[in-house]
Design a protein around this ligand. Sequence first.
Ligand code: ZN
Length: 290
Amino acid sequence: MSSNRRGDMVLNAVAGRRASNSGWVRGNCPFCEMKTDKPDRKQCLGLHVATGKWHCFRCGSGGIITDLPDDITDLKPETPEDKETRRPVEPPEGFRPIYDGDWLTALMCAAPLDYLRGRGLSDELGKEAGIGAVFEGKLRGRVVVPIYDLDGGTWLGWSARAWYAGAFRKYLYPSGMMRAELIYNHKALHVATDKPVYVVEGVFDALALWPDAVAVLGKPSSFQVDALEIAKRPVVVCFDGDAWREGDALSRKLRFLGQRAGFIRLGPGIDPDEMDRAELDKLAFESLEG
Ligand SMILES: [Zn+2]
């Protein structure tokens, strides 16, 4: 297939759609069906409108379109059955980037920073992960972990954790967030390596194993299972100690689908961020051999 033909297929797939603020426009990948036997219905194809580079994070197809039209939104109107499934959300009202510039030393940031450092989170990682805090309103007294799209900039959701004791609910999420359509630190699945990626439940578990972990934020959805199935590296499921049956079932399913997958059973009440990292890595490699 000529590269022009492929370029036309990519343009057809994204026609009529708007690019995100970071310049990525998404669409259903036209090459997935051929390469993986399953059509893409989850907008896995991304085209960067400034450079013409495109990539499918599901089947790995990619290339560059050298002669992009001026405005791809003019090509074809979006059809109703072809709606975006991954909907961006706004950062919460009052969100402050506590690791940026003068915020880091501002007196008001001492409490959230103490909390995060107390959980073992370095300031470098806090900044890399874009973590912030809210000081007033409904989310007052919470640190906020953004859940980004694969572009690493578009917010698809967030997790707000109270830094004070005795909060009515420890974690809050935005009402419009489609949990089942996202994965925290999704990009880790696309790193081609033999080093396993951990699948954990919560964002802080993933941060503790950074950058080699993704969080599913609850019971794994079919979208999340699809994404794990095509990960470019082995997958080791490491749910909280009390959810080991779900973790075992997920790893069996992934192995059945042909993915290199393992599972670690933690003790009752033990979370992944409480484990020694070297010990966990050893268990991960053993689980893949078994
Ligand atoms: Zn594809």
